[in-house]
Design a binder for this molecule. Structure first.
Ligand SMILES: *[C@@H]1O[C@H](CO)[C@@H](O)[C@H](O)[C@H]1NC(C)=O
Ligand SMILES: *[C@@H]1O[C@H](CO)[C@@H](O)[C@H](O)[C@H]1NC(C)=O
Ligand SMILES: *[C@@H]1O[C@H](CO)[C@@H](O)[C@H](O)[C@H]1NC(C)=O
Length: 356
């Protein structure tokens, strides 16, 4: 063997080893004998609410209380370096190019539903929040959860100050407006959760559809095209038969938020990427995930179940008790809460009702 070849034999493995050592530092892999700074999901173990220096500098000149552009995503990245902000809020005509969701069945993607979605999106014609909100340089969003913790806290006027107010399923406003506000920008809904009485819809919110199983898209198509719903198989409770909205007021939430919340943020069982026991995030956590990608600042209200008080109301608007949720087959409330606690502790989101 030529001496130069010998040298290459020695040099190559050394370069490879050197590279592995270097990249393990960069990727925060636990090097030998060194404790990882990150938990299993990839979140920093030592969370604090302080603003890192570069962000303190970036926002230093803003007046007190001004909206901080990019804040939630920047803070998220400091505690979860894998975070990649861009993720479209709603499906648009190019939805088939969304690689992360095209190969998963609902709820984690839209596989098998492409044709139905195509026909829905042809008639809805709108795929954004609307001109005014889409052009805001800094958007503040609040996700209003349905928790009993909202009751009698008089947060209504504070909630109404947000640019985007997100409500979930059939959560009413009506006589609760003192506590929950009057404004609704988005109402995110799955079929079983949709408001059933047309007169109970607020005037001008977008109907944002979130699919949890394949038949859901078919239901949406009936609602958008105002077709009579025949047979309601595949639903676990009765569903609305009409949604009093123009086709242009319907949106389809990007299923990526369900996938990312379940497998990346919360760490629910992957189960080959299909729905299984305890691997579906609640709609509230899906909405928060959506907001991390699409809002500059994110607040939540009405989140958090106190398992120690099983007789407290589960929702602010009905009398089902906390204890009812213990039987849930689909969700893993305690694991979900661990994730939300990280966001609140690091001040990625602010929790107006302090229930998380
Ligand atoms: C803040 O204001 C000072 C003084 O006007 C300026 O020098 C500095 O560049 C500004 N910082 C940022 C991040 O805009
Ligand atoms: C609501 O709060 C007010 C004052 O904060 C209190 O006086 C009242 O009793 C509360 N009502 C209920 C039903 O808890
Ligand atoms: C929730 O997750 C924990 C920890 O992984 C597990 O022990 C528990 O069985 C899960 N609960 C449900 C309902 O899947």
């Amino acid at each position: 063997m030529k001496p130069t070849h010998k040298l290459m034999f020695i040099l190559c493995p050394m370069l490879v080893l050197g590279f592995i050592y270097y990249s393990s530092g960069k990727l925060h892999l636990p090097a030998w004998g060194q404790k990882s700074l990150y938990d299993k999901q990839g979140f920093l173990l030592q969370l604090d609410a302080k603003l890192p220096q570069e962000l303190a500098y970036k926002y230093g000149n803003l007046s007190e209380g001004a909206c901080k552009p990019g804040y939630a995503a920047a803070k998220m990245t400091t505690i979860y370096p894998k975070f990649i902000k861009p993720a479209p809020l709603f499906l648009d005509r190019n939805f088939k190019r969304l690689a992360k969701v095209s190969n998963h069945l609902p709820p984690f993607g839209f596989k098998t539903q492409e044709r139905v979605i195509d026909s829905i999106l042809t008639i809805t014609k709108n795929y954004g929040l609307g001109e005014e909100l889409d052009s805001l340089p800094c958007k503040r969003c609040v996700i209003v959860g349905n928790g009993g913790i909202l009751f009698n806290k008089s947060l209504g006027s504070r909630i109404d100050e947000y640019d985007v107010v997100v409500r979930l399923n059939e959560a009413p406003i009506g006589s609760y407006s003192k506590d929950v506000g009057t404004k609704t920008t988005l109402r995110i809904t799955y079929p079983e959760g949709a408001i059933q009485k047309p007169e109970n819809y607020e005037k001008d919110s977008l109907f944002v559809f979130s699919a949890f199983k394949p038949p859901d898209f078919k239901w949406l198509k009936h609602m958008v095209f105002k077709e009579k719903l025949r047979g309601v198989e595949g639903f676990w409770k009765s569903v609305a038969h009409t949604v009093p909205r123009e086709p242009t007021e319907f949106r389809i939430l990007n299923p990526y938020f369900i996938q990312e919340a379940a497998f990346q943020f919360i760490g629910l069982p992957f189960n080959n990427g299909v729905m299984g026991k305890g691997n579906i995030p609640t709609l509230g956590t899906v909405a928060i995930t959506m907001a991390l990608h699409n809002c500059d600042e994110v607040a939540v209200a009405g989140f958090g179940y106190d398992m120690n008080t099983p007789h407290a109301p589960l929702h602010y608007y009905e009398t089902v008790k906390m204890s009812a949720i213990k039987e849930s087959w689909t969700h893993n409330i305690s694991k979900e809460k661990e994730f939300l606690r990280k966001l609140v502790k690091a001040n990625v989101i602010s929790d107006l009702t302090h229930g998380i």
